[in-house]
Ligand binder design. Structure first.
Ligand SMILES: [Zn+2]
Length: 442
């Protein structure tokens, strides 16, 4: 699991409490957790007519929130993922956000924003969100009107939108064969918060205004379907436990994880949680013994080999790490985060052959996933080692742009522009960064 650098600004705290400074947040990028979330989301997204074009991403924030900023991503805070109790609750959160997308609640807001469009055209919708979020380094101050009102327009939904998203969300769940009582359970977590002062509310309450009416309406929907027979949920339940187990193993104290790992629903989830906890203690010997046991039990699981690669790499066993990541890549050749880890291990070898293979793996990763700051950072190193300074400057510019640091991005894009063949595709990418930076007022 990697914590991508500051990627977008937290919508709400910034927005509704205008006096607080903007706070940049990052994404937790983990191929295992993202695979799990997207497996859990898939039947819901299909029912919403969104199919596989929507990706579920985890925000590195322990408060409770879920939100959308464009039509292609659903963001869930790590805190909410850790707090939910079962897959159907998570599916209800995803169904509700999918309804905001399907009903056009975000598109309408974004299309009003010229700078957001520019950034989205670059594939930098996340940077646009950071910019919309407010002031400060990460935001670079793109002019879209008063910060607090702009961000409020972007992120907070109206009560009418909430009612329609609840209703559509329940419909998606029912059509996907998922019991919608999870939606009632989730809203129940936040009940009573509207009576709290804004600073004590969870951000979810501020993005998604809760009312008694909303709760009662959801109860009514769920009751109407109470007698249905539902699809088998064992696969969703497994992936939920696995995603939550891995997330908490990386974010909670190792002692917390080790106390609870024994009650995991399967042995492989228990071993994974224990391996991560030992790794973070750090106890390399126990971590490696545990992850080896897990890899023997699940030889065809790419994410197990990826985690094994990470543990070995961070324990400075570079050769063994490269082999473990290589195995993961063989099992999942197109997963950009696994390719990113493989590239990082190859760079750690620091050999001519390793550098060459790292460059190929990291370029492939970047082409399929533009939101990994870690991949862009490693790719910059790979290009620098290959003596391709124009490309090194370009991906550095793109990494800064992703992080919302458009002034720094422009500096490196300018350097790239001077080094790359005029009119080439990479030269054009440098132009795109410069255009986005120009759209931001100084
Ligand atoms: Zn909502």
């Amino acid at each position: 699991m990697r914590q991508a650098a500051r990627v977008l600004a937290t919508a709400l705290c910034l927005t509704l409490i205008a006096t607080l400074p903007a706070r940049a947040i990052g994404l937790l990028r983990d191929p295992d957790i993202e695979y799990a979330l997207n497996t859990i989301a898939s039947p819901i997204l299909n029912a919403a007519g969104l199919g596989s074009r929507v990706q579920v991403l985890v925000v590195n924030d322990q408060s409770l929130n879920a939100f959308v900023v464009d039509a292609e991503h659903i963001f869930i805070h790590a805190g909410l993922l850790a707090r939910l109790q079962n897959a159907s609750q998570l599916q209800s959160v995803i169904a509700h956000e999918a309804a905001h997308i399907a009903n056009g609640h975000m598109a309408r807001r974004l299309s009003n924003m010229r700078t957001a469009r520019t950034a989205a055209g670059l594939g930098l919708a996340l940077a646009a969100a950071a910019a919309a979020g407010g002031a400060g380094g990460a935001a670079a101050g793109i002019a879209i009107g008063s910060q607090s009102s702009a961000a409020r327009v972007l992120f907070a939904h109206t009560r009418a939108e909430e009612a329609s998203a609840d209703q559509a969300g329940v419909r998606y769940m029912v059509n996907a064969g998922v019991n919608p009582k999870g939606a009632v359970e989730v809203v129940d977590i936040f009940r009573g918060q509207e009576a709290l002062s804004v600073s004590r509310q969870d951000p979810y309450t501020r993005t998604h205004p809760l009312t008694q009416d909303r709760f009662r309406a959801l109860q009514g929907f769920a009751a109407a379907y109470a007698d249905r027979a539902w699809a088998d949920s064992s696969s969703a339940d497994y992936w939920f436990a696995r995603a939550q187990g891995k997330l908490t193993a990386f974010t909670r104290a190792p002692s917390w994880t080790l106390r609870r790992a024994k009650s995991s629903i399967t042995d492989d989830i228990r071993l994974m949680r224990e391996a991560v906890a030992y790794h973070r203690q750090p106890n390399a010997k126990k971590a490696i013994a545990t992850i080896d046991k897990l890899a023997a039990a699940r030889p065809k699981d790419p994410f197990v080999h990826e985690l094994r690669g990470q543990i070995l790499l961070e324990s400075r066993n570079f050769g063994a790490a490269t082999n473990a990541y290589g195995r993961a890549v063989n099992l999942a050749p197109n997963d950009p985060l696994i390719l990113g880890g493989y590239g990082r291990a190859l760079l750690a070898l620091n050999t001519a052959d390793g550098n060459k293979r790292a460059l190929a793996a990291l370029e492939k990763a970047r082409r399929t996933d533009r939101y990994s700051a870690a991949v862009l950072r490693d790719l910059g190193m790979a290009y620098a080692r290959a003596g391709q300074n124009g490309m090194a400057s370009l991906v550095t510019a793109e990494r800064y742009a992703l992080n919302g640091r458009l002034n720094d991005a422009a500096l490196h894009a300018k350097r790239a522009e001077g080094l790359l063949p005029r009119g080439s595709a990479p030269w054009q990418r440098a132009q795109d960064v410069l255009t986005a930076a120009k759209a931001a007022p100084k």
